[in-house]
Design a protein around this ligand. Structure first.
Ligand code: FE2
Ligand code: FE2
Length: 167
């Protein structure tokens, strides 16, 4: 194993955090669908898929390093957000929280002089910048549209997704 037991445990914990983020986006995707916001729903399903990929990417790294993947329980996601704005805000908060989690992991890797894990985590540090920017844009779009014009926000989001299919 090329990293410490503490690092292995911390990476396993982050797999759970990414899966929880995936679950939360999935729940919101269904709630958006119920609000009749099909494009927002599609965008959140796509984000749920991405968070799942992040978890798998971390699991593969653990295996590549000769460590052990150990999956734990996932908390139930928040339900009943009510509005599109509440969900866009929750998404941005979630990305900020994940960024802090990734920074904590990076701090551990640095304190252990674990260069492999530092290099691996750099992708996640950069990815979080993208995800915070993407969710900030989404929230701004919802705020600009206001409650009455969410169908215009859907149109705009649809164009944004065509221009940048990976969000
Ligand atoms: Fe993620
Ligand atoms: Fe994310």
């Amino acid at each position: 194993m090329i990293f410490s037991k503490a690092m292995n445990d911390a990476l396993n914990k982050q797999i759970g955090n990414e899966l929880f983020a995936s679950f939360s986006y999935r729940q919101m995707a269904f709630e958006l669908e119920e609000l009749g916001l099909k494009i927002f729903s599609t965008r959140f399903h796509q984000q749920a898929d991405e968070e799942h990929e992040h978890a798998m990417k971390m699991a593969k790294y653990i295996e590549d390093c000769g460590g052990h993947v150990k999956l734990g329980g996932i908390d139930a996601p928040k339900t009943g957000h009510g509005t599109c704005k509440a969900m866009a805000e929750a998404a941005l908060e979630s990305e900020k929280r994940v960024s802090r989690q990734i920074f904590d992991l990076m701090n551990l890797a640095e304190s252990e002089k674990d260069h492999s894990t530092r290099s691996f985590l750099k992708w996640f540090v950069d990815e979080q910048v993208e995800e915070i920017a993407s969710m900030s844009d989404l929230l701004q779009l919802v705020e600009m549209a206001g409650d009455g014009n969410l169908f215009l926000a859907e149109q705009r989001l649809s164009e944004m997704m065509k221009a940048d299919p990976h969000g």
